[in-house]
Design a protein around this ligand. Structure first.
Ligand SMILES: Nc1nc2c(ncn2[C@@H]2O[C@H](COP(=O)(O)OP(=O)(O)OP(=O)(O)O)[C@@H](O)[C@H]2O)c(=O)[nH]1
Length: 672
């Protein structure tokens, strides 16, 4: 942990330019004030995950007694809030993994950000020991996030599993992320057990949900298990189904050791803790292992299972899911998707994972440049745990050296920033998110410079001029919306206003419609979800998947101060939105620029065409105005302070622009 110096007046504030705007618009759930219940939950979790509990217990588990036939590896997948973590709590209790107490609420949501927001952002593994009909089973459960921004966690988790519990809320029924998660499991050829949860709710209609499951997923309704995870009703039946319907892993213990790293975390004392699924062989402390990715050799210091805390074991055997510590200290050594094997016993590496495709990019800068190195180390460590973030170095005249980060969505970006703050005590400035546009180049000079014809633009400052390109492309996504049919008209109008093209429409039951639309990504990243929720009284759900690129009429918009362009405020916009976006930026800049000795013209321009303008009138701030009488030392102090303040200004032409002004304006672009 490190404490940044010079955090000044931003200390303690979530200083993301975007986040402030997003919270203002209600894009993000406000961070709730801790309730008594939350405090009690937090205490329970602190107890569960306190350092004392993490201490290595002298008694190691002997996992050799679990033959491959008695192992089941499964994930719990569902739409947001349908009850995955609550079901995981009951499964942990039923198997005696944790004591049954009233405070067991979403026990596997270990991160502070998860507890505060009440959502899972990180998949969590727990090994459960379960006796059934005289046999002892080892059940490896992975609780996954429901939100689309974290679906990379789901797909990685599935690689360690042979089956899933597909949880569906008995009142809400199938939602957009239910469909997306079902297909992830289906394509991975996993056994799918449908679980209808919350049957205790007054409005629960499990029979209707059964029919939806049959219609949309072609799963016979008699395969559905109806439960209340909250009350524990019928949960034992879920465990039995896991044993009966999910096959044991297909592995060979006699073959040389081969394991997939499907997740990893960084511990400042022990280095990288890799979550591994063993495909072949056995591994134990003292073994020399090799990373297929780096070809580096390590000695294994510890192996074990998560129960749900780390519980060291003598050995891990093929078919099991556990953790492994081998003194990997560097971020480059801890690749998620890597294959580990024994020294001198090389194996064919496992396919690994497709790298995550960032949907939005934003600049990240330390609040104070002296914090750059500390922030760099924090970002590196956090990206070990969240490998879906992409990092490129970047710099800005106003904000100094920093990075351009790629995220899977805006919630992902906000959660990453919150984790930086909470887990690494780092406050940062995040700039406006932008989607990755592309340009097909026609200029031979540019093609030579970039060494390719089609370039991806993740920073608006790199946008090539129209005269040098054949066409611009914008990313598109295939969106799934599920809505009660009384809102269908309004939903369709919203989609049209966002330049979306309808691809499909299907009734999933008598009064619920599933719509498929092709959306330009930049039309949905900021506030689409909010608008959809508000026009459907909260009933419509939305999920999307990458659908490539389409030609788009994009323009680069400059912001000029007395004719001089401001590099930080260059924006790429669709031609039709340029005027409204430009006007909003000019207005915000007018409000945040201090008056100066001369008039300032603020203009938004596309090429040589001015599309919006505001004016800041001339004025000189007289810092001595309040100093009556002749106290010369006080006057000198005030003049000195004014001079120091000016050092924090950036000069554009002869205009002094404080850093604050940039931050406020970057916010506007999110508010549009
Ligand atoms: N009435 C009732 N409420 C339930 C039941 N199961 C879960 N809930 C509630 O539903 C809410 C969401 O539950 P979670 O377990 O956090 O849902 P989740 O699917 O893990 O949520 P994400 O991880 O954010 O996707 C919580 O308020 C739970 O108390 C149930 O069987 N009955």
């Amino acid at each position: 942990m490190w404490t940044p110096v010079g955090r000044g007046r931003w200390h303690g504030r979530a200083l993301t330019v975007w986040a402030a705007a997003a919270a203002h618009r209600g894009l993000l759930e406000p961070r709730p004030t801790p309730t008594r219940e939350a405090a009690a939950k937090s205490r329970t979790l602190d107890r569960l995950y306190s350092s004392a509990d993490r201490k290595v217990t002298p008694e190691k588990i002997d996992l050799s007694r679990f033959s491959v036939e008695n192992i089941r590896n499964f994930s719990i997948i569902a739409h947001v809030d349908h009850g995955k973590s609550t079901l995981a709590d009951r499964l942990l209790e039923l198997t005696g993994t944790i004591d049954k107490t009233k405070n067991n609420k979403q026990v596997l949501d270990k991160l502070q950000v998860e507890r505060e927001r009440g959502i899972t952002v990180k998949a969590q593994t727990a090994s459960l020991f379960y006796n059934c009909e005289g046999k002892q089973y080892l059940l490896n459960l992975i609780d996954t996030p429901g939100h689309v921004d974290f679906s990379y966690e789901v797909s990685r988790s599935l690689s360690a599993c042979q089956g899933v519990l597909l949880v569906v809320d008995a009142n809400e029924g199938i939602q957009a992320q239910t469909v997306a998660n079902f297909f992830l499991a289906f394509e991975a050829q996993l056994s799918i057990i449908p679980v209808i949860n919350k049957v205790d709710l007054k409005n629960a209609d499990p029979e209707r949900v059964e029919k939806q499951i049959e219609k949309v997923f072609d799963i016979p309704s008699d395969e559905c298990i109806k439960i209340s995870a909250k009350l524990g009703t019928n949960v034992e039946r879920v465990l039995q189904a896991v044993i009966e319907r999910i096959p044991p892993p297909k592995v060979h213990r006699k073959n040389p050791f081969k394991a997939l790293v499907f997740d990893s975390t960084f511990d400042q004392y022990r280095g990288v803790i890799a979550n591994v699924a063993l495909f072949d062989g056995v591994v134990s402390k003292g073994d020399k292992i090799v990373s297929a990715h780096t070809k580096k050799t390590y000695e294994v210091n510890e192996v074990g299972v998560l129960n749900p805390n780390e519980q060291p074991a003598h050995k891990l055997y093929a078919g099991q899911v556990g953790y492994l510590i081998a003194g990997m200290k560097d971020v480059t050594e801890a690749q998620i998707g890597d294959t580990l094997y024994l020294h001198k016993q090389p194996v064919e590496p496992l396919p690994g994972f497709k790298s995550a495709k960032p949907m939005v990019f934003a600049g990240m800068y330390p609040i104070d440049q002296s914090e750059y190195n500390n922030l760099k180390s924090a970002v590196e460590k956090l990206t070990i745990n969240d490998s879906s973030v992409t990092v490129h170095r970047d710099s800005s005249l106003a904000l100094g050296a920093g990075w351009r980060l790629g995220f899977l969505g805006l919630l992902h970006m906000e959660v990453f920033n919150q984790r930086l703050e909470q887990e690494y005590n780092a406050s940062v400035i995040l700039t406006t998110p932008t989607v990755p546009y592309k340009a097909v180049l026609s200029s031979a000079k540019l093609i030579k410079e970039y060494r390719e014809k089609e370039i991806t633009i993740i920073n608006p400052a790199q946008f090539p001029d129209k005269s040098k390109v054949t066409e611009y492309l914008e990313p598109v996504v295939l969106g799934t919306i599920i809505t009660p049919d009384e809102y269908t008209g309004k939903v369709m109008m919203l989609c049209q206003a966002r330049r979306a093209v309808q691809k499909n429409m299907m009734y999933i039951d008598q009064n619920r419609v599933m719509l498929k639309y092709l959306f330009p990504l930049n039309e949905i990243v900021v506030d689409f979800y909010d608008s959809l929720k508000s026009l459907s009284s909260g009933y419509a759900s939305f999920d999307y998947e990458d659908a490539g690129y389409q030609t788009a009429e994009l323009v680069k918009m400059d912001i000029l101060l007395n004719g001089n362009p401001v590099e930080e405020l260059v924006t790429i916009v669709h031609k039709d939105k340029a005027h409204s976006v430009g006007k909003a930026i000019c207005e915000r800049l007018k409000d945040s620029l201090p008056r100066q000795l001369f008039e300032i013209a603020i203009q938004a321009a596309v090429g040589s065409k001015i599309i919006a303008r505001e004016t800041v009138k001339a004025y000189r701030k007289n810092v001595l105005a309040k100093c009556y009488g002749g106290d010369i030392t006080r006057k000198m102090k005030l003049l000195k302070r004014q001079a120091e303040g000016k050092k924090k200004l950036r000069k554009i032409g002869n205009i002094e622009v404080p850093k604050d002004a940039f931050i406020k304006v970057l916010k506007t672009q999110c508010d549009k």
